[in-house]
Design a protein around this ligand. Structure first.
Ligand code: IMP
Length: 157
């Protein structure tokens, strides 16, 4: 799935100034795999937000704990998420990124988890679509556990 997504992104962004922005910490494994499947020039940066703590549902309040360092003006930004749940984190990040004057901002998520979505933010690229559940592994954590697992697991609480 990641290979196919890399091919699609390489074709869609051919000739553009692509910047991938990974949302820490969860996206670090997915981003690492994805960039190695993209065959056009690109830049990489990271952003970090806090909202979840050790629970399994969004607190709804998002704050930025690490800003983007690259100049994004006129560039085509692809935001790389591990999983989109309510969409509140993405809404916040997109608003923040737009202030830097990028040409475009699109979303790419390893998992698109739909049941609890509260925003209309479109997920432009997704490897997997699921309806519900709390997932761990491949970068996704629960209270900082399980990120290193090479596969995705459904956490039974
Ligand atoms: P949202 O703001 O509700 O869309 O939540 C986005 C963030 O919450 C993701 O980037 C993850 O860090 C975390 N998250 C949401 N669902 C899960 C899950 O099933 N497993 C692990 N983390 C999750």
């Amino acid at each position: 799935m990641v290979k196919a997504m890399g091919r699609q992104i390489s074709s869609d962004y051919n000739g553009r100034q692509l910047v991938l922005i990974g949302v820490l910490k969860g996206a670090f494994i997915f981003l690492s795999d994805l960039v190695r499947q993209i065959t056009i020039p690109l830049e990489i940066d990271f952003i970090r937000t806090a909202s979840y703590g050790s629970g399994t549902s969004s607190s709804g309040s998002v704050r930025l704990t690490k800003k983007v360092e690259l100049d994004l003006s006129g560039k085509d930004v692809l935001l790389v998420e591990d999983i989109v749940d309510t969409g509140l984190t993405l809404d916040y990040i997109i608003e923040y990124l737009r202030k830097s004057g990028p040409a475009t901002v699109k979303i790419c998520s390893f998992i698109d988890k739909r049941e609890r979505r509260q925003t209309s933010v479109p997920i432009d690229y997704a490897c997997h679509v699921v309806e519900e559940g709390f997932l761990v592994g491949y970068g996704l954590d629960h209270a900082e556990d399980y990120r290193h697992l090479p596969e995705i697991y459904h956490l039974k609480l």
